[in-house]
Design a protein around this ligand. Structure first.
Ligand code: BT5
Length: 267
């Protein structure tokens, strides 16, 4: 596989500030950890960190992200935004929109599953982990995006084989050009971040709704404080998922793991 380097990516970049500082590594524990360290030592807004492999790629809540070498994209971005914690989830939602748009250029049936998965068919092809580091003088958001571009079936552990996929698998073996994909993703992401910084999440919510056919679906949500089940009524303009519970009451979900009952996305 052609190495994923700055030289390969830069010619395809159309961004003004995002990824203009770009660091590519052979192997890291986690690109999110390295991006946090770089932010702490002064790396500018929009710095991108990429690794060919991760030893300890991570998902949310201490879960692992399977990160085989030289096949996929493991990307983290430093955002110097002073975001109140309740708006942090919007960064992962807008990243989901950009990632889904970039994937749809190659796989038309990509869809978003709230909050932060991109599915191709009914399998997860990308995940997003947005973290905030408020320990320094200026708070920093680190936006991590993992996309399975060229993973083969054997790259997934047994328990993920019927839940995960890659763009290559979805495209019947056609290999994805990783440098072009990386640039396309950054090109998609920058205008969404600009819009969000200028005008908030509402303008992006419309794009999100178009990629996440969840309205009317019955879902089960494991929330930090327990679980709920109900029908999706709306994605609110702040990024929360609004449910109608069986008793008729409305409930807003701001964090949690969603299972869509009856299968997702609808065929
Ligand atoms: C996520 O967490 O989906 C966020 C994943 C973010 C990964 C990127 S890679 C670059 C950056 N650096 C990092 O260290 N992380 C970020 P969550 O929603 O918690 O999903 C994790 C679950 O997805 C796991 O428990 C598995 O079930 C499944 N999973 C793990 N690896 C996968 C993969 N490569 N493809 C599809 N599903 C996977």
């Amino acid at each position: 596989m052609t190495p994923l380097t700055r030289e390969a990516i830069a010619p395809h970049l159309e961004t003004r500030w995002l990824g203009r500082e770009l660091h590519c590594f052979e192997v890291l524990d986690s690109t999110n950890s390295t991006a946090r360290e770089m932010a702490a030592t002064g790396s500018p807004d929009g710095t991108a960190v990429i690794a060919e492999a991760q030893r300890r790629g991570r998902g949310r809540l201490g879960r692992a992200w399977v990160s085989p070498a030289r096949k996929n994209l493991y990307l983290s971005i430093v955002l110097r935004s002073d975001v109140p914690l309740e708006r942090l989830a919007q960064v992962s939602l807008l990243a989901g929109v950009a990632t889904c748009e970039a994937i749809r250029e190659l796989c038309a049936d990509a869809a978003i599953k709230w909050p932060n998965d991109v599915l191709v068919g009914d399998r997860k092809a990308a995940g997003i982990l947005c973290e905030m580091d408020a320990s320094g003088a200026a708070p920093v958001v680190v936006l991590g995006i993992g996309v399975n571009l060229n993973s083969d079936v054997g790259d997934f552990p047994d328990e993920l084989r019927d839940k995960a996929t890659s763009l290559k698998l979805a495209r019947h073996g056609a290999v994805v050009d990783r440098a072009r994909f990386t640039a396309a993703l950054l090109n998609r992401l920058e205008p969404h971040i600009d819009t969000w910084r200028r005008s908030g999440f509402a303008p992006i919510a419309a794009a999100w709704r178009g990629m996440a056919p969840l309205i009317g679906r019955r879902i089960h949500v494991e929330e930090p404080g327990g679980s709920v089940e109900g029908h999706v009524v709306a994605l609110d303009d702040d990024g929360a998922l609004r449910l109608r519970l069986d008793g008729g009451a409305e409930h807003r979900v701001v964090a949690g793991d969603v299972t869509v009952l009856g299968g997702y996305p609808p065929r």
